[in-house]
Design a protein around this ligand. Structure first.
Ligand code: DGY
Length: 325
């Protein structure tokens, strides 16, 4: 780089503390309107800036990466998941990508527990009842849900966030833990959970009272949970998704919820956000949140600072610590 400060685009507004730190280091342009950028705007950004910092709400497809006359050689993604970026195209065209692992683990695990509790204790239904003025007072059989203690939690994927969920569920709520992953995971923290590896997905689904999804999005996991998966689940089971919307076949989910094939669901992510798949909002037995997994002030500031560390290393000619490609 020449002596000039690198030009960096932040595609959405971050908490002010993180934006200020970025401005101390780089020549930063903010998206004042805070609207997701369309493809033309992203292509323009690739031609204009030394680094672009997208979020999950930006679709960074091959056309953006290939942008003729491209200048940006690094995407400092504000988030841990990067299925909204065409990684194969980045590899082909030599665009580096970094992400923000670790700093959003606790917040996302907390939100997973929030959804588990809301779905198990019918929190959404209760809230709607009170707001609609329909609550007539305490009743011995009103809105009865299920306790978590003693139930089995089946984790699909067993990375950082799944393990943080397991710790909360086991040590905090007395749940038994099963996990589905490519291989068995060692370690004292896993041993302390008494977590059991179940190498077959449908076996895990059949044994779990709550199933929680923690695999990355993308072609390999698309519709991993489909009609056959719902057939394998217990009829009183709950399904929780704080991972990526594509992992779930939502038409199959709506069918399963309507037919009583499973008891309920809690969702934070959807395939084409902000659209909510057809049929869900009409159902009582599903809790719907607007992609809040990492949405705490501390977490979002920490994510911004992770982007900063990665860009700092890149522009200093060192390897960014969280380089994906
Ligand atoms: C992530 O970090 O992947 C979250 O889903 C928000 O971007």
């Amino acid at each position: 780089m020449s002596g000039a400060r690198p030009r960096v685009l932040i595609t959405r507004r971050w908490p002010e503390a993180a934006e200020r730190r970025m401005m101390d280091r780089f020549d930063v342009t903010l998206n004042e309107g805070d609207h997701p950028l369309d493809e033309a705007a992203l292509i323009d950004a690739m031609r204009t800036f030394d680094a672009v910092c997208p979020t999950v709400s930006d679709r960074v497809g091959a056309a953006v990466i290939e942008a003729a006359g491209r200048r940006a050689a690094i995407l400092g993604n504000f988030g841990v998941g990067y299925d909204h970026i065409d990684i194969a195209a980045c590899r082909e065209f030599g665009v580096a990508v970094t992400n923000t692992p670790g700093v959003l683990t606790d917040a996302t695990a907390d939100l997973t527990l929030t959804l588990m509790l809301m779905a198990a204790r019918r929190g959404g239904e209760g809230e709607r009842l009170v707001r609609a003025g329909g609550w007539t007072g305490w009743g011995p059989t009103q809105l009865l849900g299920r306790s978590l203690a003693g139930r089995t939690l089946g984790l699909v994927g067993f990375g950082r966030i799944a393990r943080a969920v397991a710790q909360r569920a086991h040590h905090g709520f007395g749940m038994r833990i099963l996990y589905f992953a490519r291989r068995e995971v060692d370690g004292d923290d896993v041993a302390a959970l008494g977590a059991e590896w179940v190498p077959d997905l449908h076996t895990l689904l059949g044994r779990s009272d709550i199933v929680s999804l923690h695999v990355p999005g993308g072609v390999e996991t698309r519709h991993l949970i489909n009609a056959a998966a719902f057939e394998a689940m217990k009829s009183e089971a709950l399904l929780i998704n704080t991972a990526r919307g594509d992992v779930l076949d939502h038409a199959a989910l709506v069918g399963a919820l309507k037919a009583g094939r499973i008891a309920g669901a809690g969702l934070d992510v959807y395939p084409h956000e902000p659209d909510v798949p057809a049929g869900l909002v009409e159902l009582e037995n599903v809790v719907l949140l607007p992609h809040l997994g990492s949405a705490t002030v501390d977490t979002r500031v920490a994510m911004g600072l992770k982007v900063l560390d990665n860009l700092d290393a890149w522009f200093a000619g060192k390897g960014p610590p969280d380089r994906v490609v």
